[in-house]
Design a binder for this molecule. Structure first.
Ligand code: GUN
Length: 290
């Protein structure tokens, strides 16, 4: 079993980005700029946002964190987004999810200028990605592809099983792996909460690559996989004892894997790195750079 180390891969991608940014800045351009909106208090979101801002520093980007109270109304939040959409200095904008219950996430996502939508969640980007057109690709799914590419894991012609159909991870990664992309051309099964257990087992037991994003610690067990499987664990679950674990029973499943992502230090790091790639792309689009 070998580890798909998201930390090493992300650091390498961010180092490349920072070199390119240094070149742009030397030629007289401003730095790329990411704006992050955080609404209310949500401990995991605090951690994720902190890591995005830190990664901006490492990449040589400017960043701004705008905090709003839990009590903000949807229309107030939409007004703040409209203001940032119109701000020429912001290349990329993300609204950290989840937002409070009285705000509809889809209304927020739809309000972000697709040119600044570095999360790739806006229907324009999601649609363009699905159609194989140039787009901001959803960061976690894109990060998984970059990780597979970095470790030269063959994807073309493989049987992939994605467990979980969220708009953030499961849906986009199932599309990206099946599309005629550089990391793609796999045969993909998308399993979800309504997939009968027996069918799920049939699929996972013959899968070459499994991507699991269900948010349930220990969901993937040893009996569900074949020897040599490549396991991508997207879960980030905090146990009562404070330990951070994924959706895979790592200790027992890893013995059967050819490759597996650790948690932490796997997909989470890659989500942030992919966001940096998308921000650089937004910036390059703004300045008509190649
Ligand atoms: N919450 C959990 N994952 C994500 C993500 O990739 N982007 C945003 N904006 N919020 C999230």
């Amino acid at each position: 079993m070998k580890l798909l180390d998201g930390k090493i891969c992300a650091e390498s991608l961010v180092a490349d980005i920072s070199k390119r940014v240094a070149g742009y800045v030397e030629s007289g351009l401003r730095k790329p700029h990411m704006t992050v909106i955080l609404v209310g208090e949500h401990a995991p979101s605090e951690t994720y946002v902190k890591s995005k801002i830190k990664s901006c520093e490492n990449a040589g980007f400017d960043s701004a964190l705008l905090r709003f109270p839990e009590s903000i109304t949807e229309s107030e939040l939409l007004a703040a987004i409209a203001e940032i959409n119109a701000d020429p200095v912001t290349d990329g904008l993300i609204v950290q999810l989840p937002v409070p219950k009285h705000i509809k996430p889809q209304n927020i996502i739809n309000a972000i200028d697709p040119e600044k939508d570095i999360d790739g969640f806006h229907p324009t980007n999601f649609g363009r990605m699905t159609l194989g057109q140039k787009a901001f690709r959803p960061a976690t799914a894109y990060g998984i592809c970059k990780l597979l590419q970095y470790y030269e894991i063959p994807v073309k012609g493989k049987h992939c099983v994605v467990i979980g159909r969220s708009n953030i991870v499961g849906k986009p990664i199932s599309i990206m792996l099946s599309n005629d992309f550089d990391i793609g051309n796999a045969t993909v099964t998308l399993a979800h909460i309504e997939t009968p257990r027996a069918l799920l087992l049939d699929e996972t037991r013959r899968a070459d690559i499994i991507v699991v994003a269900v948010g349930i610690p220990g969901f993937v067990t040893e009996d569900m996989v074949k020897d040599g499987v490549v396991m991508i664990d997207v879960g980030i679950n905090r146990l009562e004892n404070g330990k951070l674990v994924g959706d895979v029973d790592f200790e027992n499943v890893s013995r059967k894997c050819s490759w597996i992502t650790p948690v932490p230090g796997g997909v989470g790091k890659m989500t942030v790195a992919a966001l940096m790639i998308n921000t650089l792309m937004a910036y390059q689009n703004n300045f008509d750079l190649a």
